[in-house]
Design a protein around this ligand. Structure first.
Ligand SMILES: CC(=O)CC(=O)C(=O)O
Length: 231
């Protein structure tokens, strides 16, 4: 089928590499879970027993495929790393039951939710949205996606991040407050999920600032690793 003529060039699709194949994963939306690990909620000054996790979004074209440097963004002097387990969906729907949620997952990756913490603090103080802190250019480096057909659906696994070779974040996927099927079910109450959606599932404790020249290595044991230079 040929595409209709457009008045401006068509935006480029966002395509992520898939481990073990030359075929690519096309991205539709990027959802993120906030404060999904109790110790991270506490380090950010919140009580996880009183406030459940919540959602926010990044833009699809904020994803930065592996192998590229992360350019330090403008208008911030406090950019933080947050390592996360990333889900890539092959199916979606609305009001999905928890026991069908895993069927929606195409694969898993490790990613970083870079955050302009100073702008986030200001937004929180003023009751404003978080996009300026979260949804900026190149703010989400992500490893190649590993298909669940090869991996299965990991319930646990060490998730870690090293800054210049020193371990900063060290958690386990089994520490998530909302587990992966619950995240998908909760999100599908709010939005119609679809193939191509990507979900960043929250970060464990130990977040911290980067500066130009830093090297960030992160991974989820048994799933993927990712190395990013801050340029
Ligand atoms: C406090 C945050 O930046 C929220 C977030 O991204 C997370 O908890 O993960």
């Amino acid at each position: 089928m040929s595409l209709p003529a457009t008045v401006i060039p068509l935006p480029q699709p966002v395509l992520l590499p898939v481990e073990g194949t030359a075929e690519l994963f096309p991205v539709r939306r990027v959802y993120c879970v906030g404060r999904n690990y109790a110790e991270h909620a506490i380090e950010m000054g919140h009580d996880p027993s009183r406030e459940p996790p919540f959602f926010f979004q990044k833009n699809a074209d904020n994803l930065l495929p592996a192998g590229r440097d992360f350019p330090y963004p403008p208008l911030s002097s406090d950019v933080h790393f947050e390592v996360e387990c990333v889900l890539a969906l092959k199916a979606g729907g609305q009001d999905l039951p928890v026991d069908r949620a895993l069927d929606c997952i195409y694969g898993y990756a490790v990613g970083i939710d870079f955050t302009r913490r100073d702008l986030q603090a200001e937004a929180k103080k003023l009751g404003r949205p978080w996009e300026v802190a979260k949804a900026f250019e190149y703010s989400a480096p992500v490893s190649p996606i590993v298909p669940a057909s090869k991996l299965g659906h990991p319930l646990g696994g060490r998730i870690w991040l090293e800054l210049n070779g020193k371990r900063a974040q060290d958690g386990d996927l089994n520490q998530m407050i909302w587990k992966v099927p619950e995240i998908i079910a909760e999100l599908s109450k709010l939005f119609i999920l679809a193939p191509g959606d990507v979900i960043m599932t929250g970060t464990p404790a130990g977040v911290g600032a980067v500066k130009k020249g830093d090297r960030v290595d992160c991974g989820i044991d048994g799933i993927a690793t990712l190395s990013v230079k801050v340029a």
